[in-house]
Design a protein around this ligand. Structure first.
Ligand code: GLN
Length: 219
């Protein structure tokens, strides 16, 4: 069977481990560089991107992981995980010395952190999500119940990055934050997948199943 690592430094990695197991793969918590060996794919969970960045550097995971991504390791990032996969952040947090937060990168996108608003502006909505394997699809589009908790959105997609889902202003809890524009919340490029929301907390299995099909070369 497939061995899927979940970066287990901070954030909701347990939920992702459960989702991976529910989808029929082996879930492996990753905290050390050696634990990157022999993985078929990796998930970067939701949480706090600045903390995951700092811990991954402290644990010596950052450079090896960046290299694995360059070498083609399939990776799925949710929320903070999307930020950590992005090549660019519009508004990176700075540490006390003024150094901006870093990402692993690999996805040619620019993200805006906490874009939809603050914690109390968290919201849930149904999204049209392209490419999910779902018997009730209409035109290849399946609604996904999405939970946004201080999530980012994608402000720019590079060449070869496919947009899988957007939030319409009318569906957000604070529509004014979106300034009249549908905002990109799910993207794919090659074997990299990222969502602004958290399928791991709702029992939505199809995003993890899509990732598994990507790993197998079936999607
Ligand atoms: N706001 C968080 C960050 O910037 C992400 C929130 C989340 O993962 N739920 O890392």
């Amino acid at each position: 069977g497939l061995r899927i690592g979940v970066l287990a430094l901070q954030g909701d990695f347990r939920e992702h481990l459960h989702a991976v197991e529910a989808a029929g793969a082996a879930g492996i918590g990753v905290r050390r560089p050696a634990e990157l060996d022999g993985l078929d794919g990796l998930i970067i969970p939701g949480g706090e991107s600045t903390t995951i960045d700092k811990l991954s550097r402290a644990f010596g995971l950052s450079d090896p992981l960046r290299q694995r991504i360059q070498d083609g390791l399939p990776v799925y990032g949710s929320c903070a995980g999307m930020i950590l996969l992005a090549d660019e952040i519009t508004d990176p947090a700075k540490d006390l010395a003024g150094n901006p937060q870093q990402t692993f990168g690999g996805l040619d996108i620019t993200v805006r952190r906490n874009a939809f608003g603050r914690q109390r502006e968290s919201f849930e909505t149904d999204l049209d999500f392209k490419g999910l394997d779902f018997s009730a699809t209409r035109d290849g589009v399946a609604p996904v119940h999405a939970v946004f908790i201080r999530g980012p959105w994608v402000e720019r997609v590079g060449e070869g990055v496919q947009v899988l889902a957007k939030v319409e202003p009318s569906r957000a809890s604070h529509p004014e934050a979106l300034a009249g524009t549908a905002r990109i919340v799910a993207v794919r490029s090659g074997k990299l997948l990222a969502t602004s929301f958290h399928p791991e907390v709702t029992g939505e299995k199809r995003v993890h199943e899509l990732f598994i099909r990507m790993i197998r070369g079936e999607a």
